[in-house]
Write a protein that binds this ligand. Structure first.
Ligand code: ACO
Length: 318
């Protein structure tokens, strides 16, 4: 028994914020941002759009692509760092907005590694017989936790959502996955504020030590990708596509180099989307599928890393 991706979908808010537009707000430039990160623009959700709205649209598109009626769904997992509320979970809201009720729905919080965490949990639940048709979503409205006056972080992030429909199947699907976390590094990337007596105590905005994050990410991503390949008995040379977390083009290039993969085997969307945290991998995966790059039967490696630190990788046959 395998869990196989039956379809993918994604949604990006209409409003595009270019580097040039950002440069009118903070002391930065298109040249500075693009040369260090590869980012040219990002999408920003409207005030009226919540994370669950973005997630819903991505889920509906994935269900359509998978030719799956919503009534078949028996599990929803949403990976997000920017849920609509402390509770209920965004997954419960998405379930209701889809007009579905009764089966398990919950959120996974592993920041930029959230989608690989959620996909791994859904895979395990399908393999155990606890579910047969899961919608796994990565969705973020990071614009809510960005300090738009802090040029060191506001240029990096964007909003969006991506989703897959994962179904029980006799044909190969997910081949292996590996997850890790190390809470000792939680200080280098976080949103330190916390709720106390109904007020946020401390800064609610994203904080990042960029250099430390860069160093940690490059090593951890290559290691976990190799660990996942070894668990599946698949060689680096047999990977058709790498779909990495889209934080920074230099991290992506460095990981590809460590894995001996040329950049024409890597899906890159960071230039257009910026870093959308848990949404970035399913957004890139959907773009790879819809542009006809990723084909049925090909071997695809996902990898993501983010605050916590939490990181992981999933290998599957599409
Ligand atoms: N525009 C212009 N100048 C800037 C900007 C900006 N947007 N941001 C910072 N600077 C300035 C700094 O103030 C500093 O000036 P100073 O020398 O006068 O003090 C100078 O540029 C250099 O700053 P650094 O932080 O050293 O810049 P660096 O070259 O390290 O690039 C960056 C910063 C792009 C964040 C880099 O550290 C990086 O790529 N880190 C990886 C982190 C990442 O991608 N995080 C994404 C989220 S985490 C995740 O998803 C895993």
């Amino acid at each position: 028994m395998y869990a196989r991706i039956a379809g993918t979908g994604s949604y990006l808010p209409e409003h595009i914020l270019t580097n040039a537009a950002l440069a009118q707000r903070v002391d930065t430039s298109d040249e500075w941002i693009a040369s260090r990160t590869g980012i040219r623009q990002r999408h920003i959700a409207a005030d009226t759009e919540s994370t669950s709205d973005l997630a819903l649209k991505a889920a509906e598109r994935a269900l359509l692509a998978a030719s799956t009626a919503p009534e078949e769904v028996d599990l929803i997992i949403v990976a997000t760092t920017t849920p609509d509320h402390v509770f209920p979970s965004t997954a419960c809201t998405v379930q209701d907005k889809l007009g579905l009720h009764g089966f398990p729905a919950f959120d996974v919080q592993a920041v930029c590694a959230g989608f690989v965490y959620a996909l791994t949990v859904a895979d395990a639940m399908i393999k155990s017989g606890a579910a047969r048709c899961a919608v796994v979503i990565g969705a973020e409205k990071l614009s809510n936790i960005i300090d738009w006056n802090d040029r060191t972080t506001c240029v990096l992030f964007g909003d969006g959502a991506g989703a897959v429909v994962l179904k029980a199947s006799d044909e190969p699907g997910i081949l292996a996955s590996k997850l890790h976390a190390d809470g000792r590094y939680r200080g280098i990337l976080n949103a330190p504020g916390h709720l106390k007596q109904g007020q946020v105590e401390g800064s609610p905005w994203i904080y990042m030590d960029g250099g430390a994050v860069f160093k940690f990410a490059v090593r951890a991503l290559a290691d976990v990708a190799n660990e996942t390949l070894a668990a599946a008995g698949v060689d680096q040379a047999d990977v058709d596509w790498l779909v990495p977390h889209q934080a920074n083009l230099r991290i992506i290039e460095s990981t590809a180099k460590h894995l001996h993969l040329s950049m024409d085997k890597v899906i890159v969307t960071v230039d257009k989307h910026g870093n959308t945290s848990a949404a970035s991998i399913p957004l890139a995966l959907d773009e790879g599928v819809r542009t006809g790059k990723i084909q049925r039967g090909q071997t695809v490696l996902l990898e993501g890393i983010g605050g916590g630190f939490a990181w992981g990788s999933v290998l599957f046959e599409f």
